[in-house]
Design a protein around this ligand. Structure first.
Ligand code: AMP
Length: 197
C-alpha cells in the first residue's frame, strides 16, 4: 500500500500517517522527521536543511529527492509506505513518479487532509508549546502556510488528474479521522492488517 498524505502544516498528517503505517505494517516516511533527526545529530544533511526549516521555507528539491529515493530503496519500503510531507512541489511529484515508474511501481492513493485555515494556526501554536519545535513560531507558521498554498497545493490538481486524490475530513477526534482514512483505503481495496495503534 503506497499512500501519500497531502495537507497543510497542522492538518495532523504526522499522527495519522503513523497510525496508517501501523495498520498496514509499512513504514511511515516523513521527510520533516528525517530532516529533524539529521539536524539533531548534526549531519551534513542537517546543516544543509536547517536554515530552510527555521525560515519555514522548503529544502531544495534535489536534496529532498535524493534523500527520499535512498529511503525508498531500503528493503522495509519494498511493499509499501505512508509518505508524509513529501512530495511537496510539482518537481518532487514528477521525479517521484519517474523514480517509481522505473521500479514498476506507482502511488496507490493520495489522501488530502482538509482543515479550515483558521484552525491550522491555533493547532500549530499549540504544538509549538508541546513540542518546542523551532519552526513553530507564529511568523514561521504563517510562512509555512503560505509556502503550502503556493508550492504544494498545486499537487492537488496533479494527483486529481491521475485519479489518485481522495479527501479525508481532518477535523474531529483523532480516532474518527483515522477510521475515515482506513474506510477510504479499504474501499480502494487496501485492507488493514493490524489495529491502527
Ligand atoms: P514538516 O515536518 O513536514 O512540516 O517539515 C518541516 C520542514 O522540513 C519544512 O518546513 C521544510 O523546511 C522541510 N521539509 C520537509 N519535507 C520537505 C519536502 N518534501 N520538501 C522540502 N522541504 C521539506
Amino acid at each position: 500500500m503506497r499512500a501519500m498524505l497531502l495537507g497543510p502544516p497542522g492538518a495532523g498528517k504526522g499522527t495519522q500517517a503513523e497510525r496508517l503505517a501501523t495498520a498496514y505494517a509499512v513504514p511511515h516516511i516523513s521527510t520533516g522527521d528525517i530532516f529533524r533527526a539529521n539536524v539533531q545529530s548534526a549531519t551534513a544533511l542537517g546543516a544543509e536543511a536547517k536554515g530552510y526549516m527555521d525560515r519555514g521555507e522548503l529544502v531544495p528539491d534535489d536534496v529532498v529527492n535524493r534523500m527520499v529515493f535512498d529511503r525508498l530503496a531500503q528493503p522495509d519500503a519494498a511493499d509499501g509506505y505512508v509518505l508524509d510531507g513529501y512530495p511537496r512541489t510539482p518537481v518532487q511529484a514528477s521525479e517521484l513518479d519517474a523514480f517509481l515508474a522505473e521500479r514498476g511501481e506507482a502511488l496507490d492513493a493520495v489522501l488530502r487532509f482538509d482543515v479550515p485555515e483558521g484552525e491550522l494556526v491555533a493547532r500549530l501554536l499549540g504544538r509549538a508549546q508541546e513540542q518546542g519545535r523551532t519552526d513553530d513560531t507564529e511568523d514561521v507558521i504563517r510562512k509555512r502556510l503560505l509556502v503550502y498554498e503556493e508550492q504544494t497545493k498545486p499537487l492537488e490538481d496533479y494527483y486529481a488528474a491521475r485519479g489518485l486524490l481522495h479527501d479525508v475530513e481532518a477535523v474531529g477526534e483523532i480516532d474518527v479521522i483515522t477510521q475515515r482514512a482506513l474506510d477510504l483505503l479499504t474501499e480502494l481495496g487496501h485492507t488493514p492488517v493490524a489495529q491502527p495503534r
